[in-house]
Design a protein around this ligand. Structure first.
Ligand code: GLN
Length: 545
């Protein structure tokens, strides 16, 4: 039977429950255990696919096509194993399932209630992955903050699971904040005490208290927290701010988090922890031998979380090239044909981000024209690829109104158009072309260089596609389709052979980059950026920004 660890949060949101869950899982994986992580979110949306990134950050897509919370990205990047539909559950999904069952008549005669019907369905889903036999430990992160009305059914379900399985099979880790009051020059434990009391009022007792703090916790303070929150002293874990999120697992290991958790779950600790690959990654991350600047053009750049996986992919690909990648975020709405040179002229590479809708589109097209004409390495992802196709249509093929039917349904040159199977779809939620699809790669292309294989599989999230009616004209004029879906013939990768490195991908490579498997497309872009910089400043000056 799998053991279960629940991660709750108190005092405030944004304490890093997701990174904590991923770090703890990494440590347990380093101890030889098979671990997965799931997230339960308290909102009513059935999944975050319909949420604006301003609301909820990036929408992460799994192999099996689930649109999920961005924390699943952290789970995959840390653990290097894929998650699935089952790893992210929302209140909306739970209710939808229960209400559908009620309509089918599954509860005939009964009043359907939060307790037991909703909590039973939460319980079923919380225990699902643990029953597959694939995992020794399942970590479940509960979204939101303890005390929120909407999180109550989750907390109640955890209580019931502990009651059923016992304390040696289920642990609760509670994350809180220990604020530092400048005027008093003191760290304060009271908010944590209150938050634990709140948790206790639902019948839950934290086994591990994870304390986010900007200053080290003294032994006295840890003792005080232990006494008043009713936890063991070695279960008060200090969680300091770190230079990068990748330092965090090792920091928790210094606090013996893995040993404490395994002891409490009555699981054996055999031999030494094996995190060698992780440690090598960090050493390389901290000792780059060169540095490049890559622009990220998008319309959500005010919000780091909107492009989370892209930022992390650059870190992984930088390490693979022993290079520090400075990502310069550029708002697509700020770019015009007149000012684009001053915004992009100094860059070693450019990425145009995925997205939806018209806002900032012309800025993206100006950026692409500039990097295409100035031989700056370019990667377009999804909408970014579509904009590269439109830019070529307008400025090389001379179709003045070349566009995507997403933004201009009346265009007479719809070089990007809605996929056939999308045309009959009415509902917006969960209906895009989602998840992993195969792509066949033409040999002798940059795409082939990058992947070194003829067939790949990548994750998707889109409704529009390259219009194959135009493929001939594109290929004859110098933009080729170097990757296509072998079954549907959809264009998956475009590139310009005469450009040093100009690649557009209809899929999302950023969703598959992990610490142990940096993504080849990002590695390729960074490598091309390094080459460009060398040509520009000479090999000697490579360290400079
Ligand atoms: N809006 C575009 C489409 O639906 C691109 C989507 C994306 O960038 N993820 O095809």
């Amino acid at each position: 039977m799998a053991k279960y660890i629940f991660v709750t949060g108190g005092v405030t949101s944004s304490l890093g429950k997701g990174i904590f869950a991923a770090s703890l899982a990494k440590l347990l994986q380093g101890r030889g255990y098979r671990v997965t992580i799931q997230k339960f979110d308290p909102y009513i949306n059935v999944d975050p696919g319909t949420l604006n990134p301003y609301e909820h950050g990036e929408c992460y897509v799994t192999e099996d096509g689930a649109e999920t919370d961005l924390d699943l990205g952290h789970y995959e990047r840390f653990l290097n194993i894929p998650t699935s539909q089952a790893n992210n559950v929302t209140t909306g999904r739970v209710y939808q399932y229960v209400i559908n069952k009620e309509r089918e008549g599954a509860y005939l005669g009964k009043t359907v209630q939060v307790i037991p019907h909703i909590t039973d369905e939460i319980k079923r889903r919380m225990m699902l992955l643990g029953q597959t036999g694939e995992f020794d430990i399942v970590i479940t992160e509960i979204g939101g903050t303890v005390g929120d009305i909407e999180a109550q059914p989750y907390v109640e379900t955890v209580r019931q699971i502990i009651w059923e399985l016992g304390h040696s099979n289920v642990l609760v880790c509670h994350l809180t904040l220990i604020p530092y009051l400048k005027s008093a020059k003191e760290l304060k434990t009271k908010p944590t005490q209150h938050s634990v009391k709140e948790l206790q009022s639902y019948g839950l007792q934290p086994d591990i208290l994870v304390c986010r703090t900007e200053h080290p916790l003294s032994d006295d303070l840890k003792r005080k927290l232990a006494i008043f929150c009713n936890v063991d002293i070695d279960s008060v874990i200090q969680a300091s701010d770190m230079e990068t999120i990748y330092d965090i697992p090792l920091e928790y290991q210094k606090e013996n988090l893995d040993k404490t958790v395994l002891r409490k779950l009555q699981l054996p600790i055999e031999g030494e922890s094996n995190l060698e690959k992780w440690k090598t990654f960090i050493t390389r991350l901290k000792n780059p031998t060169s540095q490049v600047r890559i622009g990220l053009v998008g319309k959500y750049i005010e919000l780091q979380d909107a492009y989370k996986s892209i930022f992390e992919s650059f870190i992984h690909a930088g390490v693979a090239n022993n290079c520090k990648v400075i990502v310069e975020s550029i708002h697509s709405e700020d770019l015009t044909p007149e000012n684009v040179a001053s915004h992009l002229g100094h860059l070693d590479g450019l990425l145009v981000a995925p997205g939806f809708g018209s806002r900032g589109i012309e800025g993206k097209i100006s950026a692409i024209k500039f990097v295409r004409e100035n031989n700056i390495p370019f990667l377009g992802i999804c909408l970014g690829m579509q904009m590269a196709v439109i830019e070529w249509g307008r400025n090389v093929l001379g179709f003045a109104d070349a566009h995507s039917t997403e933004m201009d349904p009346a265009s007479t040159n719809a070089v990007i158009a809605m996929m056939e199977e999308q045309k009959k779809i009415v509902n917006k939620g969960g209906t895009m072309r989602l998840g992993a699809y195969k792509c066949a790669i033409k040999s002798g292309t940059k795409a082939f260089d990058v992947y070194s294989k003829a067939e790949i599989s990548e994750r998707h999230r889109h409704r529009y596609e390259f219009n194959n009616d135009y493929l001939d004209a594109y290929e004859k004029s110098g933009m080729i389709a170097s990757g296509k879906n072998p079954d549907s013939n959809l264009v998956e990768i475009v590139e310009i052979p005469s450009h040093p490195w100009f690649v557009g991908v209809q899929f999302h490579p950023e969703l598959k980059s992990t610490v142990e498997n940096p993504h080849p497309v990002f590695i390729g872009l960074v490598k091309a950026a390094i080459e460009r910089k060398k040509d520009r400043v000479g090999a000697k000056k490579m360290q400079e920004a």
